[in-house]
Unconditional design. Structure first.
Length: 203
């Protein structure tokens, strides 16, 4: 599923930097709002979305109310960053123990042209039965990405319709059972580190 051009380690470094900048911005914004007495950061990240799951059924941000959501934006043709991150998330869920039952991991594509419902379903299943893949129209994906402050753009690698990869930020977003933003989790960490971060945020 990695037919896009693989730009190797430079890709991982670029996405890690973008992800760290986004995570730092989110954490910094939260600290500022807390100290200033303004609205909490949970009101500034995430929000309503309307997407389609791997079975072609409509889902929204309210579908998993009552559970934590761990949201990650990527795409199935991603050559390295996405599969590495989702593998680490799967490992983290195994290490969370019973807490994992309180958490729903979601993979939201930023490449709806290629990532149809069957494609995201098969891709998500490769990372364990807990992972759910979501897609939608370009407009639906764009709205969800804006709500989560996600950067993504098409990177052309040739003249053919399939000759492109997607540059995107790489951050894990933990949303609370009430749908509000709890905090970002660095996506460049190994499974045990992600598990520790999640356990702390969910305590």
């Amino acid at each position: 599923m990695t037919t896009g051009a693989d730009r190797g380690p430079s890709n991982r470094v670029l996405y890690a930097i973008i992800g760290l900048l986004v995570a730092g911005l989110l954490l910094g914004t939260g600290a500022y709002l807390f100290l200033s007495g303004a609205r909490p950061v949970s009101l500034t990240v995430g929000g309503p979305f309307s997407l389609i799951d791997g079975d072609g059924k409509p889902v929204t941000d309210k579908t998993w109310r009552g559970k934590y959501m761990l949201v990650y934006f990527g795409y199935t043709f991603c050559p390295d960053v996405c599969p590495a991150t989702l593998s680490n998330v799967a490992d983290a869920l195994d290490k969370l123990g019973p807490k994992a039952d309180q958490l729903q991991p979601l993979f939201i594509t930023v490449d709806p042209k290629r990532d149809t419902p069957p494609v995201v379903k098969q891709y998500a299943a490769a990372f364990g039965p807990r992972m759910i893949g979501l897609t939608g129209s370009p407009e639906q994906i764009g709205a969800a990405a804006r709500a989560y402050r996600v950067y993504y753009t098409e990177h052309r690698t040739g003249t053919g319709p399939e000759d492109y990869t997607m540059d995107h930020s790489s951050v894990l977003y933990l949303m609370g059972p009430d749908g509000r933003f709890v905090g970002p989790v660095r996506a460049d960490q190994a499974g045990p580190e992600i598990a520790a971060a999640l356990a702390k945020l969910m305590s």
